[in-house]
Design a protein around this ligand. Structure first.
Ligand code: ATP
Ligand code: MG
Length: 393
């Protein structure tokens, strides 16, 4: 994002012109070195939050407890964070309170991995105290400092290392990986919501298999909800930018397609609903293929996803022959939605002279199936005729 870079440089310039230090830090520097500009550009400074707020007309206190002020620059909002350490770690989690420090080097020291611990000056020089540039070139994820100590401080870093291995396709350096194995159990201290966020990122990453291989091999799998023994299956997973697709795939890889992992990792109701539909459609396809009614019941996206997974996980899937066929078959159905049905429950009550009840839904369902199977046309007259005939039997 060119705009956020321009904005960040403007913000740095203002801070520097007022006698403060300011540099770009973290993921933006990492991604710049990879030739990617698609990132939030974060600024670090020795100015304290109140001082930052005094310099810019439009700011928001988004992360003030962590020393972060959001400067709402006209080109793009920029997070400006005061140099800090993380104070005392409790329960192997990042603390909520922070301690401001005066030097950039102290700020870089608390960062998780060497590739995330570089800074870029306004003169476009890289400040690299931990060999991040070399690790970038050699495609290595390496903890800053002593890895076991860093993971003891904050166990989420283990999962972050794994997530970066999936996003970047980098290797986790051997001592860093050993430390993950050693400290794996500490992942229990981390809030499920934060674990979910890392999974969401893994699901849209380029190399998800890297992540699940590490989760499986590091014994993190023993302390996380879910089963990771089928990590090889991720080799053929095609991320589509929506993490929910990954949740569906992970659910299919569970014994009996058990979806309890979704609740355990705090997925939303809409995510659960989507996964449930994909799993159902997947199973229907595996046990004999889809009926017209199945094509009617599920959205194209659900059918396509279930079909893709079925082809990947099951050698002999029955029709449709291709993704194109799904749209084709679905659009050639006699009706596309329940609302198009030419009769309502009210009509059936009127024609039969009976009171409403469970029979109504059952009958409407049968009518729908008859129409979808082209045994009955969707006209009120014809449906009435069919209904009266069926009803008197
Ligand atoms: P992305 O935004 O793609 O997730 P990022 O590197 O920007 O990647 P953030 O979570 O936004 O990651 O954090 C910004 C920076 O803060 C990181 O690059 C890293 O330097 C530091 N950081 C974040 N989380 C931790 C942590 N748990 N321990 C130590 N440093 C961290
Ligand atoms: Mg970021």
């Amino acid at each position: 994002e060119q705009k956020s870079w321009k904005a960040a440089f403007n913000v740095m310039e203002t801070l520097i012109n007022h006698g403060y230090e300011a540099v770009i830090v973290g993921g933006a520097v990492r991604d710049l070195l990879r030739g990617h500009l698609v990132h939030d550009v974060d600024v670090a400074t020795n100015a304290h939050p109140e001082e930052v707020k005094a310099l810019f007309s439009n700011t928001a206190d988004v992360g003030i407890a962590h020393g972060t002020v959001l400067v709402i620059h006209k080109l793009s909002p920029i997070e400006v964070t005061t140099y800090r350490t993380e104070g005392q770690y409790q329960d192997h989690r990042r603390p909520d309170e922070v301690k401001f420090v005066s030097s950039l080097s102290e700020d870089l020291k608390r960062r998780d991995f060497t590739i995330n611990a570089m800074a870029l000056t306004i003169h476009e020089e890289i400040i690299d105290l931990y060999g991040g540039k070399e690790d970038m070139e050699r495609h290595i994820i390496r903890a800053v400092g002593e890895p076991t100590k860093r993971f003891k401080e904050d166990a989420l870093r283990m999962l972050r290392a794994i997530r970066f291995s999936a996003q970047l396709g980098f290797q986790i350096e051997i001592n860093t990986l050993e430390a993950i194995k050693k400290q794996a159990e500490d992942i229990c201290f981390i809030a499920k919501e934060r674990i979910k966020q890392e999974f969401d990122k893994i699901f849209i990453s380029r190399y998800p298999k890297n992540a699940f291989l590490h989760i499986s091999n590091s014994s993190l799998s023993q302390f996380l909800p879910g089963d990771y023994s089928h990590y090889e299956a991720w080799e053929c997973f095609k991320p589509n930018g929506k993490s929910v697709k990954g949740w569906a795939f992970l659910t299919l890889l569970q014994p009996n397609h058990d979806a309890s992992i979704l609740s355990q990792l705090k997925c939303s109701n809409s995510e659960k609903k989507y996964v449930k539909a994909v799993v159902e459609a997947f199973q229907l396809l595996n046990d004999g293929g889809w009926t017209k009614r199945d094509y009617f019941d599920y959205d194209v996206d659900i059918l396509e996803t279930a079909y893709e997974f079925a082809c990947q996980l099951n050698k002999n899937v029955k029709a449709p022959a291709s993704q194109y066929d799904i749209v084709q078959i679905k659009s050639s159905l006699a009706i596309q939605s329940q609302q198009e049905l030419a009769v309502s429950g009210q009509d059936l009550i009127k024609w039969s002279g009976q009171k409403g009840g469970p029979w109504l839904k059952e009958m409407l369902d049968r009518i729908l199936n008859e129409i979808l199977e082209n045994r009955l046309s969707n006209s009120t007259e014809q449906i009435k005729e069919w209904f009266l005939r069926e009803h008197t039997h």
